[in-house]
Design a protein around this ligand. Sequence first.
Ligand SMILES: [Zn+2]
Ligand SMILES: [Zn+2]
Length: 160
Amino acid sequence: MKLLDTIKELNANISDVATSEKAKKLRKKLLVGGGIGAGVGILMVLAGFILFMTAGDSMMESMSPSMSSFIFPMIIFMLGGIVTTVSIFFIKAGLTILIGGESSKFIDKTVNTRCECGESVKEGDKFCPKCGRALRKTCSCGKVNEPNAEYCSECGKKLV
Ligand SMILES: [Zn+2]
Ligand SMILES: [Zn+2]
């Protein structure tokens, strides 16, 4: 049960961070921003590459190589690479929050609850043995309700 306690402790921290409204908004921003960024970045890489090839062609045709016609596509190419890398980092961060939030919801349902003071409490406990705070009520359907709830908000069963 030591491991379970550790998981619960970790979960309490992730859960607070990952399921908050702020995190949800941040997650959306990260995923949408990262997605757009990655798209733009890849387009830039492609554009840079095509421009580079075009510059090579025109150079061979005119036989007058100019370095500037290569530098510009290369800058676009490199910037595209950086934008893509940064965007993928954002997407990863967004996914981490998403997975953290979902897994903590899952653990919340399967493992018992925890008091706001951090003390882990047994299922069915009404008050925290450590600080005396009223605890959230877990319904038999698995839904965790607020301490003052009389009926389950999920299935409507009377909470004891
Ligand atoms: Zn407590
Ligand atoms: Zn219920």
